[in-house]
Design a binder for this molecule. Structure first.
Ligand code: RIB
Length: 298
């Protein structure tokens, strides 16, 4: 297996999470069960699980020049994530307000803050100068123009690009053309093409000639390769406590696995295993398996 060197161009947030068996209706006040603060942000989550899997992760992003930004920076350092291209801003750090209901389902409002101030030139510089970089990962919590520039540099340097279109936004033709692997969940898939991923024709016509994976929550994931071949993989049955960050666990694990030389199918299976374990625990990064646990998964 080759060394897995990945760059995540993306967001880092502090998650402020309220757990309550029932979610209030408009105008209603309800008592919840628990409040937590934790490390989140789709980009940071994907980088952290990549590092826990064993990848050398380089994070390219922007943190607030505040206590939240300081603690995220320290967390990256502790996990061995390279921070050379993590810049700081006087704009407050990004935060996510999250409600998790009794079924473990979440509702999230993000305030991007400093995440929307990533400098395009710094992102491109990072991609061009990170040694032995093979995979570049991005999401949609930063400005799309930054991702386009980073992916353009990535393709010029022979890297694979993975885009997780979350939260959903219209994707430019240019970004789609620069994306080797598009990994939406069911609702993002529907937003992109107006169809349900249970339909094989919808999957085949999703991105002809390109690779995609649609994550299906408790139903696993489905891979569509460049020839239009479809491979569905089930997920193990688990007791769901909190689904926050599970999609990110899948994407970061998949990126690590591709970068370390696994096949796409092997990478997808490992991603499902890691994501399935993450939903049995509370929080985003706090729910991720340890390196020792990951070593037991396939
Ligand atoms: O995907 C989960 C993440 O979405 C949370 O950690 C939250 O920060 C939001 O970005």
């Amino acid at each position: 297996m080759s060394k897995a060197v990945i760059a995540v161009v993306g967001s880092a947030m502090i998650d402020l999470t309220a757990y309550a068996s029932l979610i209030p209706a408009p105008g209603q006040t309800l008592e919840g069960d628990l409040f937590t603060t934790g490390f989140g942000g789709k980009g940071a989550n994907q980088g952290v699980i990549g590092a826990l899997c064993g990848a050398q992760v380089h994070f390219i992003g922007k943190l607030g020049n505040d206590l939240f930004g300081d603690s995220i920076y320290e967390n990256f350092k502790q996990l061995g994530i390279d921070t050379k291209f993590v810049d700081r801003s006087d704009t407050p750090n990004g935060v996510a307000h999250i409600w998790v209901d009794g079924d473990g389902e979440n509702r999230i409002i993000i305030i991007p803050g400093a995440n929307h101030e990533i400098d395009i030139n710094r992102a491109v510089e990072g991609i061009k100068t990170i040694p032995e970089l093979s995979v570049v990962v991005a999401q949609c919590e930063i400005k799309q123009e930054v991702t386009v520039a980073a992916f353009k540099a990535a393709k010029e340097h022979g890297c694979l690009t993975i885009l997780n279109p979350a939260p959903f936004q219209e994707l430019s033709t240019q970004l789609l053309a620069l994306t080797d692997w598009l990994i939406p969940n069911e609702s993002e898939f529907f937003s992109i093409c107006g169809q349900d991923p249970s339909s094989d024709p919808a999957l085949i016509n999703f991105r002809p000639g390109k690779n995609s994976i649609v994550t299906l929550g408790a139903h696993g994931a489905v891979l569509i390769d460049t020839n239009g071949a479809i491979t569905r993989c089930a997920a193990p049955t688990v007791k769901v406590v909190d689904t926050t960050g599970a999609g990110d666990a899948f994407v970061g694990t998949f990126a690590y696995a591709l970068a370390s030389g696994k096949t796409a199918l092997e990478a997808m299976k490992l991603g499902i295993s890691v994501a399935s374990l993450s939903v049995t625990r509370k929080g985003a990064q706090s729910s991720y398996p340890t390196q020792t646990e990951i070593a037991t998964l396939s």
